[in-house]
Design a protein around this ligand. Structure first.
Ligand code: ZN
Ligand code: ZN
Length: 269
């Protein structure tokens, strides 16, 4: 039975004889339904349309994976070096034999962890192929469109995957919105991988905190304050957002505080 993917957001749904009636992720006010109406595809159809996974080095020792041409939201995944392989941070909506080999050549996978439902995409497909668990925050359970025994829901404020890799719950964009703290990142000064729970702006100098990016719905000052204060005790110097090379390369902790201050200035004006 086919497993359909939404063309607009890249979310893969569970087995179904026919296309699902609608995409709940796109119907949510944080996303939008395709202007020409809901459309679906499958991984085999994407394969015949020439999609491939392309690797790139995001920072020394941190590889990224993205698609060779635009599809859905357009996020990339990252391979964070773990203890017994890599942690796949966030997921992309496609996989094929070449992509599997590429990941194996880079040390394989140890686990998958995802910041929020917009990037769940084909996580179960990846987990089944690599025989690894998926870690998601329990507050976003309702947004899992393809359930699987491989999914572990964590409820704590933070969750250690390895001695050097920790998931931190921030909320905001989604109730379960989480980021990944990589202690060895930024040459040992620490990197945060934030997806769009904290978005790196186009100027790569400021960060954004939004309930919806495509529909421009802001978060409250209190939510932003809560998110930023949870990071106070962490040592980090770099932040990677959700797209290739969308990073704040250094002084990221200071930039995070400056960004929250700027939001407060405009939201409370
Ligand atoms: Zn969708
Ligand atoms: Zn999002």
């Amino acid at each position: 039975m086919p497993k359909f993917l939404c063309v607009q957001c890249g979310t893969q749904y569970a087995d179904s004889v026919s296309e699902p009636l609608k995409c709940l992720i796109c119907e949510d006010e944080r996303q939008f339904v395709r202007w020409d109406g809901q459309e679906w595809t499958t991984i085999p159809e994407m394969q015949s349309n020439g999609y491939e996974v392309v690797p790139f080095e995001e920072e020394p020792g941190l590889w990224g994976l993205e698609l060779n041409k635009p599809f859905a939201i357009g996020q990339r995944a990252l391979l964070v070096p773990g203890d017994k392989g890599n942690i796949l941070w966030d997921c992309i909506p496609f996989i094929n034999d070449r992509a599997i080999q590429m990941v194996e050549d880079k040390g394989g996978l140890e686990a998958i962890a995802i910041s929020h439902p917009h990037y769940y995409s084909t996580m179960v497909e990846w987990a089944d192929i690599f025989d690894v668990p998926i870690y998601l925050h329990a507050a976003d359970t309702e947004w899992i469109m393809r359930p699987s025994d491989r999914i572990t829901l964590w409820e704590e404020e933070s969750f250690s995957l390895t001695p050097d890799i920790e998931l931190i719950h921030l909320g905001g964009h989604f109730d379960g919105g989480s980021i990944l703290y990589w202690k060895q990142g930024a040459e040992g000064r620490g990197s945060l991988l934030t997806g769009d729970v904290i978005q790196v702006n186009q100027d790569r100098h400021y960060l954004s905190f939004m309930y919806s990016y495509p529909n421009n719905i802001p978060l409250s000052c209190n939510s932003i304050k809560r998110m930023v204060s949870k990071l106070e005790t962490y040592e980090f110097d770099r932040i990677h957002g959700a797209w290739k090379e969308r990073f704040i390369w250094e002084n990221a902790k200071e930039r995070l505080k400056a960004s929250a201050k700027r939001y407060k200035k405009y939201l409370e004006a």
